[in-house]
Design a protein around this ligand. Structure first.
Ligand code: NI
Length: 259
């Protein structure tokens, strides 16, 4: 049983065969999917997906790429979405992206802090996107005391040292398809290091496709390839990685289903 903690099934790359791709994931053993959002429209689509499919849960939030396009009322809309829908289990994805810089950095920082405050108000964990912004991301996490709700650094690309600090601050580390890439180094070290009770896996589908499908569209059924690679790195079975990462995600997102 696998838990894909980061998917984007509302993405237009799934518009031809969305339901089939989702059902394929379930049949392949992915029994939980968290669909993560990037703006208000995506947040409402994530909720619709969570209504339609028992095993899909939703995170609502504004991605750093998209913060320039929203106004302050977005915070209360997100709050309503979370309060009115039981399957909203996190706020995300939120954070900083200094690689693409699609929105002004000042605005990215403002919205990151603002959404952390919302998550704390709602008692929901956060899904963090951090690209080339490790220092500012961690500073805001500390200043805002985000550890109070905790959450996950998705598609983690930082160092082992930083991972240690994040874990001390009540965060989980999610490893995705990058760990399967032939030139992967840092993320392999991280995958070897993360303690059993802090590790999560994800696809970030339709992006970040693992080997041997790199270059094609990603989907949740490929999260098994991530689990397999981590199992090889850690010298344990794939089933063991599947079990602990599912338990961790259910605990983080407070999902109390029997198995
Ligand atoms: Ni994402």
């Amino acid at each position: 049983m696998l838990f894909d903690t980061h998917a984007h099934y509302d993405d237009k790359k799934f518009s031809e065969d969305r339901d089939e791709a989702i059902e394929r994931a379930y049949k392949s053993g992915v029994k939980y999917i968290l669909n993560v959002s990037y703006d208000l429209k995506s947040s409402s689509e994530s909720i619709l997906l969570s209504d339609k499919f028992d095993f899909i849960y939703a995170a609502v939030g504004i991605h750093p790429h998209d913060v320039a396009a929203v106004d302050d009322s977005a915070v209360s809309t997100l709050e309503e979405y979370a309060l009115n829908n039981k399957k909203v289990v996190a706020i995300g994805e939120i954070g900083l992206d200094y690689y693409y810089d699609n929105s002004p950095r000042e605005l990215q920082r403002y919205w990151f802090a603002r959404q952390i405050r919302l998550a704390k108000k709602l008692g929901l964990p956060i899904i963090i996107h951090d690209r080339d912004a490790h220092e500012d991301t961690f500073n805001i996490v500390r200043e805002e005391e985000a550890g109070e709700v905790g959450g996950v650094f998705h598609c983690y690309s930082g160092s082992v040292e930083m991972a240690k600090e994040l874990i001390k601050n009540n965060f989980y580390i999610a490893i995705g398809g990058a760990v399967t890439f032939k030139n992967a180094r840092k993320v392999v070290d991280v995958a070897a290091f993360i303690p059993d009770d802090r590790l999560l896996i994800e696809t970030d589908c339709p992006y970040m496709t693992p080997e041997p499908f790199r270059g094609k569209r990603n989907e949740s059924s490929y999260v098994r390839l991530v689990a397999e690679k981590i199992a090889r790195i850690r010298g344990v079975t794939t089933e063991y990685i599947a079990r602990i990462t599912t338990e961790n995600a259910k605990k983080l997102f407070k999902i109390y289903t029997p198995d």
